[in-house]
Design a protein around this ligand. Structure first.
Ligand code: AMP
Ligand code: TRP
Length: 333
């Protein structure tokens, strides 16, 4: 069955291996299944829910786009654009914000995490962030949304908003209820320094993550320093359960070499940790280095990147504008 795919990534710098394994790698796989229609959005409106330096933001919009392209997203096959070029996202978001309930938003764990202790000081934008995300998805009648595990709750909110809108306005199936596409395995890549914290752009320690731009030597060094424990090599999956750091490293290895965790465990069960780490670094370098050298090439041609975004936005606008027009009609405008 053909799928309409929509997903977004925030242009907030430091794209890392978690973004690649949890999201971008799947974007490429989905795009390469011929029957799918894919839209990938650089969600710059979401980025400004926390303070951004305008100069850095501009740079990061190009950086995220370059990472999409370098990873294999093809602007001929898929629509690639940045959100702020298509005003329908804001219009749609306002209408959907009048459907979403405070109680629903109050349950969003990402807001609680990002706002921290002093919620009063968080931006209103950060609070209504999931409503804008719902607009992104629903304006394109997306059937499937590939995201990492951390976005599952936001996806459920998008589904609730679509269902409530359809019910409130008796417009059965006007907003399509999207399905999340979350990988069963390796959907949450953890910090290299703490297996209980997710790998994140905002972790102050650069040694906690592999950045998509990291050079070979840096990757090797980061893996060498990655936290492990003093237990012997795991011999089965059960043995990994209480060892989050090892489980994470084994997960990264399995995902990048497209094999099951079980096979990875078998491959290394009677080897030394240093042997595993060397192999892991090799596999990561093998995947990341061609992408980072392509990103560096694209750095030299910002105009090309801007053109990709502009022409993607033209295509996106046609779809989203039309949906907002119908949305407004249904609401009574
Ligand atoms: P963000 O950088 O927060 O815009 O995330 C972009 C995409 O990467 C989303 O689909 C996230 O779910 C995914 N993602 C971010 N961090 C991780 C991680 N540590 N492990 C797996 N997926 C992630
Ligand atoms: N909230 C998502 C994240 O932080 C990014 C995002 C915005 C998104 N709009 C979206 C993802 C629509 C999927 C679909 O990762």
């Amino acid at each position: 069955m053909s799928k309409k795919i929509f997903s977004g990534v925030q242009p907030t710098g430091n794209l890392h291996l978690g973004n690649y394994i949890g999201a971008i790698k799947n974007f490429v796989d989905l795009q390469n299944q011929k029957e799918n229609e894919c839209i990938f959005c650089v969600v710059d409106l979401h980025a400004i829910t926390v303070k951004q330096d305008p100069h850095e933001l501009k740079k990061n919009i190009r950086e995220t786009t370059a990472t999409f392209l370098a990873s294999g997203i093809n602007s001929e096959k898929s629509i690639i654009f940045n959100q702020s070029l298509v005003p329908a996202h804001c219009e749609g978001s306002w209408i959907l914000g009048c459907v979403a309930r405070m109680g629903w938003l109050n349950r969003m764990t990402q807001f609680k995490e990002k706002a921290g202790k002093d919620k009063e000081k968080a931006s209103v934008g950060l609070y209504i962030y999931p409503v804008l995300m719902a607009a992104d998805i629903l304006l394109y009648d997306a059937t499937h949304v590939p995201v990492g595990e951390d976005q599952k709750q936001h996806l459920e909110l998008s589904r609730d908003i679509a269902q409530k809108f359809n019910l409130d306005f008796r417009s059965n199936n006007f907003l399509k209820v999207p399905e999340p596409l979350i990988q069963k395995n390796f959907s949450r890549i953890m910090s290299l320094k703490d297996g209980k914290k997710k790998m994140s752009k905002s972790d102050p320690s650069d040694f906690s993550r592999i950045n998509m731009r990291d050079e070979k030597d840096i990757i090797v060094n980061k893996i060498k320093k990655a936290k492990t424990d003093t237990d012997p090599m795991p011999s089965d999956e059960e043995h990994l359960k209480k060892r989050p750091e090892i489980e994470n490293l084994f997960g990264i290895y399995s995902s990048l070499s497209n094999q099951s965790l079980k096979n990875t465990i078998n491959d290394f069960s009677n080897k030394n940790f240093s042997v595993f780490k060397n192999k892991l670094a090799e596999v990561i370098v093998g995947k990341i280095s061609p992408i980072s050298s392509e990103i560096r090439k694209l750095d030299k041609d910002p105009e090309f990147i801007d053109n990709v975004l502009r022409s993607g936005a033209e295509k996106a606008e046609k779809i989203a504008k039309n949906k907002v027009k119908e949305l407004k009609k249904i609401v009574g405008f």
